[in-house]
Design a protein around this ligand. Sequence first.
Ligand SMILES: [Zn+2]
Length: 64
Amino acid sequence: MSPKFASCPICGQPSQMKTRPFCSDRCRDRDLLQWLGDGYRVPGAGVTEDAQKSSDYGVDSDPD
Ligand SMILES: [Zn+2]
């Protein structure tokens, strides 16, 4: 059996059924925070940095 869930859009790991499309509650929260963060974006405060982060999630090692 190899369930073909999409990869977690946050970190790229296989999604878990109970948290899909994310792999964990943490990634789900992270995604939510990203959406919320959009509304709180401060003008001129590292918008490009955000974009870089999202492409770096594959190698991101969360200290938590
Ligand atoms: Zn994830």
